[in-house]
Design a protein around this ligand. Structure first.
Ligand code: UFG
Length: 321
């Protein structure tokens, strides 16, 4: 089977390319390297280019017969999406629609779409199941929710088949140490904490310690990147086996506070580092924890690295390189 991985040079996409090739798939990666790295693509054919390049996309779909598409290419910073909504709607929505149109015109039906917990906005109940109301509070979340709805309409009208995977907090790294998280600038908690542990940055700033949580810091559901990739693989196979289109929330169902992440990182790395307490970051909900029972029962998804210490250990091995 031949899979087109859009954004396959990025953090999650690069782990996915490795998994697909291990599972015997032929892989083509399309990536503009705006946030990804050529050397993170460990297998398959690499095509340098932008999703918005109509001629390139058309030529790609004419030259290859794809059995499915995985779409990871998106901008991911919530704060930036508020300051530069045009960038987010153009890339994450408009260019994605262009990909869908090309799929439709070449009759490529299955797509696995990277969605996010940000479509739920401020949760009204936790853990968050798939039916939880969708009230995104920033352009990043709104764009992802728009695409989810577009995918449903494209199925009704054009027969596209889609599985939307709503990641909670993607984290960790390839257990074999070949791949990891490399965002520039880095904004995510675990890599920033590990940079501080490695002495690559002076301290960690905790964004708010006055939340309504047991220790006052925000609680998140950290899910291992290879467990997310396994869910993509199961989702694609589900569509290949004529399964229904669907959306799944992906997390471990365990929430960890910012303080717990810092304490675990100290224990795993054996390093001390400075921590300061700062203001809340606008738009951060106090608690985001997934109810992933649907992915478990319908896809047979079973996260293998649910322990926070394991996840941080894998990320640390990557960071320490
Ligand atoms: N945090 C800090 N200090 C930092 C960085 C983060 O205290 O230097 C805190 C945040 O306030 C938050 C938690 O650590 O409470 C996790 O923050 P991340 O930035 O690592 O992750 P988010 O939960 O903000 O973001 C994730 C995804 C986004 C997605 C969002 C959905 O990375 O792509 O969940 O809400 F949009």
């Amino acid at each position: 089977m031949h899979v087109l991985v859009v954004g396959g040079a990025g953090y999650i996409g690069s782990h996915m390319v490795k998994l697909l090739s291990q599972r015997g798939c032929e892989v083509t990666v399309l990536d503009n390297l705006s946030g990804g790295y050529r050397d993170a693509v460990l297998a398959g054919r690499f095509v340098l280019g932008d999703l918005g390049d109509a001629d390139l996309l058309e030529a790609l779909f004419q030259s290859e017969r794809f059995d499915g598409v995985m779409h990871f290419a998106s901008h991911i910073q919530v704060g930036e999406s508020v300051r530069e909504p045009a960038k987010y709607y153009r890339n994450n929505v408009f260019k994605t629609q262009h990909l869908l149109d090309t799929m439709v015109s070449h009759q490529v039906k299955p797509i696995i779409f990277s969605s996010t917990a940000a479509i739920f906005g401020e949760p009204i109940r936790v853990p968050i199941d798939e039916e939880h109301p969708k009230n995104p509070i920033n352009p990043y979340g709104r764009g992802k929710w728009m695409v989810e709805q577009m995918l449903r309409d494209y199925e009704v009208a054009y027969g596209l088949k889609a599985i939307c995977l709503r990641y909670f907090n993607a984290a960790g790294a390839d257990p074999a140490g070949e791949l990891g998280e490399r965002h520039e600038p880095e904004t995510h908690l675990i890599p920033l904490v590990l940079r501080a542990a490695a002495g690559r940055q002076p301290r960690v700033t905790v964004f708010g310690a006055d939340y309504d949580t047991p220790d006052g810091t925000c609680i998140r559901d950290y899910v291992h990147v290879t467990d997310l990739c396994e869910a993509h693989w199961l989702a694609l196979r589900h569509l290949w086996a004529d399964g229904e289109s669907a959306a799944y929330n992906l997390g471990n169902g365990n929430g960890f506070s910012v303080r717990e992440v810092i304490d675990t990182a100290r224990a795993v790395t054996g390093r001390e580092f400075a921590v300061e307490y700062g203001e809340r970051r606008p738009g951060d909900p106090a608690r985001l924890v997934a109810d992933s029972r649907r992915a478990r029962s319908e896809l047979g998804w079973e996260p293998r690295h649910a322990e926070l210490a394991t996840l941080i250990g894998h990320a640390w091995r990557w960071e320490a390189r």
